[in-house]
Every structure is written in structure tokens, then in C-alpha cells.
Design a protein around this ligand. Sequence first.
Ligand SMILES: Cc1ncc(COP(=O)(O)O)c(C=O)c1O
Length: 370
Amino acid sequence: MLDVPLHNLVPAYIREFEPYIPSKPDTELMKLYGCDRLYRLNNNENPLGPPAAAQDIVRRFRPPRAAIYPSGDSYYLRMKLGEKYNLNPDQFLFGNGANEVIAFVIKAFCQEGDNIITADKTFAVYEWVAVFSGFEARLVPLKDFGFDDEGMLERIDGRTKILFVCNPNNPTGTYWNESKLRRFLDIIAGRQIVVVDEAYCEFVENPDFPDGMKLLNEYPNLVIFRTFSKMYGLAGLRIGYLAGHQEVVDIIRRTCVVYSVNTVAQDAALAAVEDDSHVRATRNLVRLEKSYLKTALEPLNLEVQSGEGCFMMIKLPMSDTLAYRKFMSQGVMIRSMTGFRCPNWIRVSIGKHEAMKAFVAALEHILLPG
Ligand SMILES: Cc1ncc(COP(=O)(O)O)c(C=O)c1O
């Protein structure tokens, strides 16, 4: 044991923080719940996998390359994205998933006494990183399932450094259109950093959805997050990035540990960005299966919250944690939403038709007697 009591070494905000416990590997879960097949509908993964060219990269990886460090700043990917979005390659910063770049931004701008603002029911990592780094996270309740712009503006004070907007929002699927986002940025007028997390932007087809990349040169305090985990099916390789004004990115780069993005992830992502047909195929699947799911759910008379993105929320007449166990025993893994502050709700990722049918069958089994 240590000579000093552990609590003397640990800051209060760490002592009070409850760690996130990831779920066990699929094979362990299948043993635990006694099922021989598991449909993973809990993490918004792409049911079509990565684009074919990215799969090829993974297949053809030469093992000796594993001994060599990757590019420390995802050089070729930044070149490629610079071309694609007509931005300077230095305006991009890559991380081990978009999760990692959240920490880069918070570390770059917050110091003791500062706060960040986001929503109460959104992707929780903005809040978690702020809180376990010792900063206040001000959580503004959603309004009609969407981010409340006025509510967020009201909570700003002299110590607010960053506002996080998830667009479209995970888990509710709502989004701010371009005029709403512009109005918000105009009011903030560069006084704080505004992060717009576009992890699911490639799933949105509505023409009023704002492309954050196109707003970067107009709003120097805007930072965009993107990931290769969702549309591009590379969640297991862990690669995501942020984009911003060059001056802002130069600041954030100081908090970024190089080499956290591995070689296979960089090469696979480089191949993936080219593949528009994969985006189309995934959008088609999501559109079709969402519509199947909505129709199949109608007779059950449940409240459903379905917007953009590859997921849907459903309110159950029972505890969501109990429902999770019941779904698991039927080989369907969903996301219970108490952790998102939505008790009794579950979130289901859109999968292939077979998985959606299994989900509906499991739900009927859970809810309907006999
Ligand atoms: C809104 C949002 N942002 C960021 C992430 C993190 O993505 P990554 O896998 O790139 O860390 C997720 C993952 O679920 C997400 O839903």
C-alpha cells in the first residue's frame, strides 16, 4: 500500500467521479445471458462495416509495419481532407477517436474555475471530461428533444470557455439547421469556443442541415468534430478528428499527444473518405430499416423519438435496465438510457433487416403477454 492515504493524493473531483464501466466482450456476454447469437444494436456501429477499399487496406497490412511509428499528425489524411473541404491541412487535428479530441479542446481552454456548457441529454463525454478534469459542466435541459439555444446562451458567464452542441444530437436525433446555428454563433460573437460535434452528419440528407466545414472560415471560434466510427465503419480502429480556424487549432495542438492514431486507422480512413457509394448504401439501409421499425412499432403504441442519425429512441413501460437484461437474454444488445438521464427509454441502433426483425421480436416478447 502507499505511505500516504490514497484520498490525500486524489483530487475531490476524481474521488467523486463514477467511472464508466464498458460492457464485457460479446463472447462473455453470450455466455452470461445464454444466447448463441448477439445483435449489437447498442453503439451505433455501421452494419455494412467499413467501405470496401478500407477493408482492403486492413487485409493487406504488412505486419513488419507494426514495428514502425505511424505518422504523428496523420499527414496524408490531413492533406486529403484539406482538399476535400477546401481548407488548410493544418486546420485538422486527429485523435484516437473523436473521444480523444474532446479532451484536447477542454485541456487547451479550461483552467480552474472555468465551465463548459452543453445539454443534459446528449453524448456524455463532453460532461465527463470536463468534470473529471475539475471543471464545471453546465447542463441545459433539452427543449422538445433538441438543444435549447436560448437556455445555453443564458448560462454563459465570464468563466464559460466552451459550448458543446451535438448536431445531430445523439441520442434524440434532433438538429439545428443552418440559420439556427448561425444565429447562435452570431450572438456568441467569438467570445467562447463553440464545438459542433458532427459525428452523425453523414447520415443527414436534409438540405437545411449545416455543414460545419463550410462555416469555419466565417466563425474563427467554431470547432467541428467528426469521426470515422459511424458512417465509415472504423469504430474498432479508433480514429476521429477536429477542424477549426488555424489559430485555434494551433492552440489545441499543444495538448495533443502525437502517435495516438495508429497506421492501419490512418490508411483505412484515407481509403474510406473516397467512397461515396458506401455513404449512399448506408443511408439507404438506415432509411429503409428506420421506416420498417417505425411501422413495426406502431401496434405497440410506444413513444418513439426518431430523428436523424442511425439510431432511434423508444420509451418502454418498464425500467430500461431491466429491459436491457431481457433483450440480452434474447440475443439483442440495446442501449439502456438511464445513463443519458432518460430513464425507461432505450436507444436502438439501426442494423440490417435481420437484426431489426430480431429486435422487434424481442420487444414483442418482452411487452406482450403469452
Ligand atoms: C456524438 C458523438 N460524438 C463522438 C463520439 C465518439 O466517437 P469516436 O468513436 O470517434 O470516439 C460518439 C460515439 O458514439 C458520438 O456519438
